[in-house]
Ligand binder design. Structure first.
Ligand SMILES: Cc1cc2nc3c(=O)[nH]c(=O)nc-3n(C[C@H](O)[C@H](O)[C@H](O)COP(=O)(O)O)c2cc1C
Length: 185
C-alpha cells in the first residue's frame, strides 16, 4: 500500500471542518483541521492530530490552551485560507473575519462557527509524522443549532441537509433522481 492509496481511501471518511486557533510567539495562529474528534465525556476529552510540519505542532505543547471553531457550510473560503501553506499572516486573515476571544482561554473563536470548544492539552503522543494531541474541554458554545456544517469528503468541501439536496436537484435533476438519498454536493 502506498501513501497515495491510504490518502485516497481515507478521503472517503466524511469529516467536519474546523479552524483550530492558538498563540505562537505571541501571535494568534489558526489552522484548518479535520482530524478532530470527541474522545471522552467523563472527563471531557477531545483529540486532534497535528502534522509535524505545521506551526500548530509547535503551539500545542503539553499544558497549552487552544480553541476549535467548527465551520458552517458557508465557510469554504475560510477553510481554504487557513490551510494555505506560506500564507503571509494569520493576523491579516483574522482581520477580515468576525471573531471574539474565548472566555476561558482567550483564543480566537469565529463568530460564524456552528459550535466552538476551548481546550487544554493533557497529553501529546508522537504518531508517525503527526502528534496526537489529547485535550480537556474547558468551554463549549453552540451558536445556531439548525446551522449546516461544512464537510470534507473525497477531496472536496461539501454541505449536508435539505438546502444541499435541494440545490443538488436544481444543479443536476437526473443525478438526484438516480441517487435520491444522496445529501452531499
Ligand atoms: C481539509 C483540510 C483538512 C486538514 N486537516 C488537518 C489536520 O487535521 N491536521 C493537520 O495537522 N493539518 C491539517 N491540514 C493541513 C493544514 O491546514 C495545513 O498544512 C496548514 O497550512 C498548516 O498551517 P501552517 O502552514 O501555518 O503550519 C488540513 C488541510 C485541509 C485542506
Amino acid at each position: 500500500m502506498t501513501a497515495g492509496e491510504l490518502r485516497a481511501t481515507m478521503a472517503h471518511l466524511a469529516s467536519s471542518v474546523t479552524v483550530v486557533t492558538s498563540v505562537l510567539d505571541g501571535e494568534d495562529v489558526g489552522m484548518t483541521a479535520t482530524a478532530f474528534c470527541s474522545v471522552s465525556l467523563e472527563p471531557p476529552l477531545v483529540l486532534l492530530a497535528v502534522g509535524e510540519d505545521t506551526r500548530m505542532y509547535d503551539a500545542l505543547l503539553d499544558g497549552s490552551t487552544w480553541a476549535v471553531s467548527i465551520l458552517p457550510a458557508s465557510a469554504r473560503d475560510v477553510a481554504s485560507r487557513f490551510a494555505a501553506r506560506g500564507r503571509p499572516s494569520d493576523r491579516l486573515l483574522l482581520a477580515e473575519l468576525a471573531w471574539r476571544r474565548g472566555p476561558v482561554t482567550g483564543h480566537v473563536l469565529l463568530d460564524a462557527a456552528v459550535a466552538v470548544l476551548e481546550c487544554v492539552t493533557e497529553q501529546r503522543v508522537p504518531a508517525g509524522d503527526h502528534a496526537v494531541v489529547i485535550a480537556r474541554v474547558v468551554g463549549v458554545r453552540t451558536h445556531d443549532p439548525g446551522a449546516s456544517p461544512l464537510l470534507h469528503f473525497r477531496g472536496r468541501y461539501r454541505t449536508v441537509g435539505p438546502a444541499a439536496s435541494a440545490a443538488a436537484a436544481r444543479i443536476n435533476p437526473a443525478r438526484t433522481a438516480q441517487f435520491p438519498d444522496e445529501k452531499c454536493r
